[in-house]
Design a protein. Sequence first.
Length: 403
Amino acid sequence: MSNTAIKVENLSKIYRLGEIGTGTISRDMERWFKTRILKQEDPFLKIGESNDRANKGASDIVYSLQDINFEINQGDAVGIIGRNGAGKSTLLKILSRVTTPTTGKINIKGRVASLLEVGTGFHPELTGRENIYLNGAILGMRKREIDRKLDEIIDFSGVERYIDTPVKRYSSGMYVRLAFAVAAHLESEILIVDEVLAVGDAEFQKKCLGKMGEVSKGEGRTVLFVSHNMAAISQLCKKSILLKHGQLDILDDTRLVINQYINLSNNESNVYKAKEEDQVYITEVQIDNYKGSFFHSDEIIFKVKLQDINFNCTIGMSLLNSDKTKLFTSIYSLEAHTKLIFVKIPRHVLMEGKFSVDFAVFEGEIVHEYVDDICNFDVIDIDSDLSIYSANTGSLKINCTWH
């Protein structure tokens, strides 16, 4: 336990849909008496359901989190990922002591600094400077400790011109800049960051990731980071937690966790099959090495089955992005009676995004067959040096000649 910063045992959190509390004072008293006096199991846990937001259940008691167990060592940077409603923010609020668990225990060694939403812990009527001291006091720091860090916090935030202006006049981006600067620089042992960094611009996101890496690796502080930006998670975190319907699905190497997360989210078919094979040339197309998602460093191989074409022709493949814009086309001279071919998109070409392909068989200007928008797949860009900017750099990374 000496090196363990956070230990979570049998953690559960239930909510009653549509109401505050459990409905009546008598039911609240009944629950309190059974759990606190008689030491019995909470009766509402017996009727609780998994937190699947897409399906209507029979009970109005749902588990936001259910039987969560994990340990995080001091100095670890751990990503927490999952679909909307999986319980990520609830877990962070419990770890930050914003709310209490329904059942289970949490042991935390050290002070916790949290950035859970825009303006967390800020008083809108106070200035930026006053809020820095307020946050420090909440963390249990003395004024002289905050004085020592003040100039560094203001410089990092980039809002020096507005530091003596009430924060209610700040934009959401300015709020996040100052809030992150405070959380990262004040001397807490554990830093918890929800996906508020998405509010900041790309330059500030990169700056924050660098600071969190410095906090974790250089200062030995523990970082918990929730984000839907898989590139950011991969860049910062060696290990990650995947939550699914309020339950811990996997805690493992970040690359494995990201791949499993994408597999959960990908319901598109990777196989095209023609319905009337006697009238077509392309009978089947599938991604031969399909695994739900691909990384920037993966190659993508398509296997194409053909009818017995008795003349020489050309086959072409076009790659489409999520907007169905053609990104490039590759063609191949097909000899008569060829029944199987493979086409490979090389490694380190595709940036993060959703893609599909078109295939065509043609002879000169005559198009014999055209099959459009098939074989959907995802690419996660966690390997390239542009990954943090993947949303702003297009779909392809081409190695041009520079001189």
